[in-house]
Design a protein around this ligand. Structure first.
Ligand code: ADP
Length: 170
């Protein structure tokens, strides 16, 4: 997994080609990482988001990064965890994949993901991390872009999970 790295901290500080936002279907902002990204990007982000007409779960849409150090924001909507039999794994896989496809299409060298759905949306963290790492790893082996995938980890539980899973796959 040499093209995958962990970053322990606030995703809004990263100077990458794109940071991913764990948004909701309205794309009009919210709490958690979504709120942090909108605060750091400034009001122009919301103006552009309003023109996108929302986003379905498992899909992704891109905007500029405005005042963020990152050039772009890729907004994706993770599934709300409802017990695991409402297509949650397929939808979460699709979130990572659709963001990576946008990065590839735009020849982005670097992309940073938050731990989509593992906050308010309640996805079990270990299962979510397995999906994130497997999807990124398999995409990277088949595509030239992105060159590097960063996982921005904001809590200790996720950090432990990612460190363990990545050491198993070394
Ligand atoms: P969701 O609704 O998809 O669960 P949340 O924003 O509630 O989205 O949580 C997703 C993940 O983002 C959580 O693991 C949370 O700890 C993390 N997070 C919250 N703020 C930030 C931030 N500024 N940078 C990176 N990750 C963050």
């Amino acid at each position: 997994m040499e093209k995958i790295e962990l970053y322990n901290g606030d995703i809004t500080k990263l100077k990458v080609d794109a940071i991913v936002n764990a948004a909701n279907t309205s794309l009009l902002g919210g709490g958690g990482v979504d709120g942090a990204i909108h605060r750091a990007a400034g009001p122009e982000l919301l103006i552009e988001c309003r023109r996108l007409n929302g986003c379905l779960s498992g899909q992704a849409k891109m905007t500029n990064g405005y005042l963020l150090p990152a050039s772009h924001v890729i907004h994706t909507v993770g599934p709300i965890w409802r017990g695991g039999h409402q297509h949650e794994p397929e939808l979460l896989t699709s979130c990572y994949l659709e963001c990576l496809k946008i990065a590839d299409k735009n020849q982005f060298k670097s992309i940073a993901f938050p731990n989509i759905s593992t906050g308010v949306y309640g996805y079990p963290k270990k299962e979510a991390a397995q999906i994130a790492l497997t999807t990124a790893n398999s995409f990277l082996t088949k595509h030239t872009y992105p060159h590097i995938v960063l996982f921005a980890i904001f809590d200790e539980e996720n950090l432990n999970i990612y460190q363990k899973l990545m050491s198993l796959n070394d």
